[in-house]
Design a protein around this ligand. Sequence first.
Ligand SMILES: Nc1ncnc2c1ncn2[C@@H]1O[C@H](COP(=O)(O)OP(=O)(O)OP(=O)(O)O)[C@@H](O)[C@H]1O
Ligand SMILES: [Mg+2]
Length: 221
Amino acid sequence: MLVVSSLSKEYSSGAGSVRVLDGVSFELHRGDSAAIMGPSGCGKSTLLHILGALDVPTSGTVTLDGQNPFALGEAAQALYRNDRIGFVFQDHCLLPQCSVLENILAPTLIAKSDSGVKDRAKFLIDRVGLASRANHKPGELSGGEKQRVAIARALIRNPILLLADEPTGNLDEATASSIANLLFELHNENRTILLTVTHSADLGARFPIGFRMHNGILARS
Ligand SMILES: Nc1ncnc2c1ncn2[C@@H]1O[C@H](COP(=O)(O)OP(=O)(O)OP(=O)(O)O)[C@@H](O)[C@H]1O
Ligand SMILES: [Mg+2]
């Protein structure tokens, strides 16, 4: 279970401080799939990065199955991220010099992985429809294909929380819809999915749980 309580984030600079998250609280259970919709700049990426322990909150708490990632030391926090969180970045962040297969396997190089990991990579490549592209480099793929690789990479360690930051943001509507279908197909009861959407209300509405974000405040829609 993901429990987010009174989360705030402020950035300070010479020009003053900016409050980007303003007391965000919500809970998601295992198996939930939810979308956060909101205009550009409202704080969606900031929230997702904190939930993925890629950034720290100014105040408030996050616990995932009772564990608070911000109470962990650096090494334990890196393991927490690698073990429990799958993160799909808006711009996919694939390693350009590595093949599709190597990109998908990259998270398994950090922690000790079981011997079944290659089979799982093959299974995921197949599921995202890129079996014939396993040895291609990201530069040889379309935007939608790259995003499919990013999804497979996020799922390789079978995380309990999948965070997808506008995985369809740069894609046309048909491709965006097929990426959403893929997320639903790869969904299982053990995993919680939280995705952000800026432009496509239709896409957001397909998720059983919807949140609206505005100026750093989150509400159920
Ligand atoms: N390092 C930073 N320092 C100061 N302000 C920042 C920093 N990072 C983000 N912000 C501000 O925080 C606000 C929220 O940014 P964020 O990236 O979370 O928005 P978003 O909802 O994801 O937007 P988009 O839909 O365009 O991706 C913006 O006003 C942004 O300028
Ligand atoms: Mg963003």
